[in-house]
Design a protein around this ligand. Structure first.
Ligand SMILES: *Cc1c(COP(=O)(O)O)cnc(C)c1O
Length: 404
């Protein structure tokens, strides 16, 4: 049985007060809080097994290597990847996308097309712009509608044999839209294009099955799934990872080095140059185990209740407009109140202990579409409650009164 109070008790930060008020943490889209098991695992790593991996013959090095590789296996199972060498440790979603976009410079040519969507985080736009600048490929954008949904008929029309890769998010961080990625993946494969899914915002809410999706790449960040910052995962199909050149050169990623020629290590080490975030990688496995222990069915059910309740309560407020009204949404509510700048509301409710994000959410094209400077974004996690939503709605009402 899912008991939110029991879950909350596992997160020490949630019992803090902020500005003299009990913390209401609704900025989960930016980063998730950490349960005690994750915090303890970091400390245990440094207290008991800290050593460099894949190098030493000594016992600690072996223990650290085993723990790191065990975490890779945990993540392989979690994503249902075929092989554990298809799991590459990164520093986060941003690095994962840059790694792939950089590699595609060896594949795309002038005149080819690289497709993103109008719903992307800057992390899934800028690396592709770099790629286009380097190669002369053209960036093509799938447009969205007023509900914040991708227009699939337009996507169909934009696809052609010029399309080499399609990079879209699974769930939008700014609006919460759940994108029909299975449709996108199948259609893109129909023209021979690869597909990268930015799963940064999806992995906190659901468990992706990369074989069922048949995506070529799937990336996410550890810190959004209750894991440490500076960690992340790139899943890539073996055939693609073998085809892409390495991203960084250095130790660990080589097979043999002479000044004439260097040969690269096998997967996954080819993409893991240098000493990685060992503690982070190990503890990311702990975090994934923790989330699976809570259960993604429980997480989805609880969060959908929060989304429904939060939407209903917020819409009681006069002049409030929600951006992102797709039927398929994760627990993210982006909104504005007529005549008030989002930043002003964010500042006032912070004084009341409430953490939300205000601004463009690293998705300026979406804000431009709606012709707004930004929104207030409340993003809920499985450890949030309806009582917190009540506190939040009262605080927003109070801010509205003060500001109008
Ligand atoms: C957070 C986020 C990113 C960037 O993740 P980092 O952890 O900052 O690398 C990219 N895309 C989406 C959809 C996100 O929510």
């Amino acid at each position: 049985m899912f008991d939110v109070q029991k879950v909350r008790a596992q997160f020490p930060i949630l019992s803090q007060t902020v500005n003299g008020k009990p913390l209401v943490y609704f900025d989960n889209g930016a980063t998730a809080q950490k349960p005690q098991v994750v915090i303890d695992a970091v400390s245990r790593y440094y207290s008991e097994i800290n050593a460099n991996i894949h190098r030493g013959v000594h016992t600690l090095s072996q223990l650290a290597t085993d723990a790191y590789e065990e975490s890779r296996n945990t993540i392989q199972k979690h994503l249902n990847a075929k092989y554990n060498h298809e799991i590459i440790f990164t520093s986060g979603t941003t690095q994962g996308i840059n790694l792939v976009a950089n590699g595609f410079a060896a594949i795309v040519k002038a005149g080819d097309e690289v497709m993103v969507s109008g719903l992307e985080h800057h992390s899934n736009i800028v690396p592709w712009q770099f790629l286009c600048e380097r190669t002369g490929a053209k960036l093509v954008v799938i447009p969205m509608n007023d509900q914040g949904e991708l227009i699939l008929s337009e996507f169909d029309n934009l696809l052609s044999d010029k399309t080499k890769i399609v990079a879209v998010n699974h769930i939008s961080n700014a609006l919460g839209t759940v994108n029909p990625i299975k449709y996108i993946i199948d259609k893109a494969h129909g023209v021979g294009a690869a597909v990268l899914i930015d799963g940064a915002q999806a992995t906190p809410h659901l468990r992706p099955d990369v074989q069922e999706l048949d995506c070529d790449f799937y990336v996410f960040s550890g810190h959004k799934v209750c894991g440490p910052t500076g960690t992340g995962i790139l899943y890539g199909k073996e055939s693609w990872l073998n085809q892409l050149p390495p991203y960084m050169g250095g130790g660990e990623m080589i097979s043999e080095v002479t000044f004439e020629k260097t040969t690269y290590a096998e997967l996954p080490h080819k993409f893991e140059a240098g000493t990685p975030n060992i503690a982070g990688g190990i503890v990311l496995g702990t975090a994934i185990d923790y989330m699976n222990g809570i259960g993604f069915d429980n997480i989805a059910k609880h969060e959908q209740e929060l989304l429904e309740y939060g939407t209903k309560r917020l819409l009681e407020i006069e002049g409030l407009k929600i951006y992102g009204t797709s039927e398929n949404k994760a627990s993210v509510i982006s909104f504005n109140i007529e005549g008030i700048h989002p930043y002003d509301i964010g500042t006032i409710i912070d004084k009341l202990g409430i953490a939300v994000r205000t601004g463009h959410h690293c998705a300026q094209p979406i804000m431009n579409y709606f012709n707004i400077p930004g929104t207030i974004r409340a993003s809920f996690a499985f450890y949030n409650t309806k009582e917190e939503i009540d506190t939040f709605v009262e605080a927003v009402k109070k801010a509205q009164m003060m500001l109008s």
